[in-house]
Design a protein around this ligand. Structure first.
Ligand code: 13P
Length: 249
């Protein structure tokens, strides 16, 4: 069985003080949990403070984005080395908000994945179709394309350090979760594509998270699916009680 990973994506929420307060509570509350991996992705400004608090704890730290270059004249951007310096072990890449609001393309995401892996950060690589793509029966086509282009030239050694998050865009922040069956169908497909690219052994052990309006009420049904290995949680991860309930699914 693949150990589940529950990741909190706080997006553009929480001050340093608020993030640090949550991290202190999380460190204590989740210390004895060994059957799940837990990762928190605060906004960039809070990474170093949260990283300091989480040092030596079981809770991982993720950034929500990064630049692909090592350093240079890239105003407003942050490199993999800077994230590691702040205590990060993971980085979320290819989130649909980055793709749709900030114009990130599959090839740009591929550069970021490559840079993250070179720096030994573990990417949480997000993919997912938009509503019109689902309604136009394009879901599998889109997922295959995002995987093929995003993972271009990523080796089989490196892919083992990636986590994939299936986040249907129409389910993000809308309260409209994919049904467990819809999510499972997409996860099976993603596993097959990874199997085609890297062989069945890697396809079958790939950790694939579901994201999109996950709450304490619907998490159990999603996690009961054979091919769902965790969750990437937005809104419901902002409150420690709600996030704790999700972890305890
Ligand atoms: P919500 O859980 O708020 O729908 O957000 C999901 C998400 O985008 C996580 O990355």
């Amino acid at each position: 069985m693949i150990k589940p990973l529950i990741a909190a994506n706080w997006k553009m929420h929480k001050t340093i003080g608020e993030a640090a307060g949550f991290a202190r509570q999380a460190k204590a509350a989740f210390a004895s949990i060994t059957d799940r991996d837990i990762v928190i992705a605060p906004p960039c400004t809070a990474l170093a403070a949260v990283g300091e608090i989480l040092k030596g704890s079981t809770v991982g730290l993720a950034a929500q984005n990064m630049h692909w270059a090592e350093k240079g004249a890239f105003t407003g951007e942050v490199s993999a080395a800077m994230l590691i310096d702040a205590g990060c072990d993971h980085v979320i890449l290819g989130h649909s908000e980055r793709r749709n609001l900030f114009g990130e393309t599959d090839s740009l995401i591929n550069k970021k994945l490559t840079a993250a892996l070179t720096s030994h950060l573990k990417p949480i690589f997000c993919i997912g179709e938009r509503l019109e793509e689902r309604e136009g029966d394009q879901t599998f086509h889109i997922l295959r394309q995002q995987l093929h282009k995003g993972l271009n030239n990523i080796s089989s050694g490196d892919i083992r350090r990636c986590v994939i998050a299936y986040e249907p865009v129409w389910a993000i922040g809308t309260g409209k979760t994919a049904t467990p069956e819809q999510a499972e169908q997409a996860h099976v497909f993603i596993r097959e594509v990874i199997g085609d690219l890297y062989g069945a052994a890697i396809g079958n052990t790939m950790r694939i998270l579901y994201g999109g309006s996950v709450t304490p009420d619907n998490v159990a049904g999603l996690m009961a699916q054979r091919n769902i290995n965790g969750a990437l949680v937005g809104g419901a991860s902002l409150d420690i009680e709600s996030f704790t309930k999700i972890i305890g699914f």
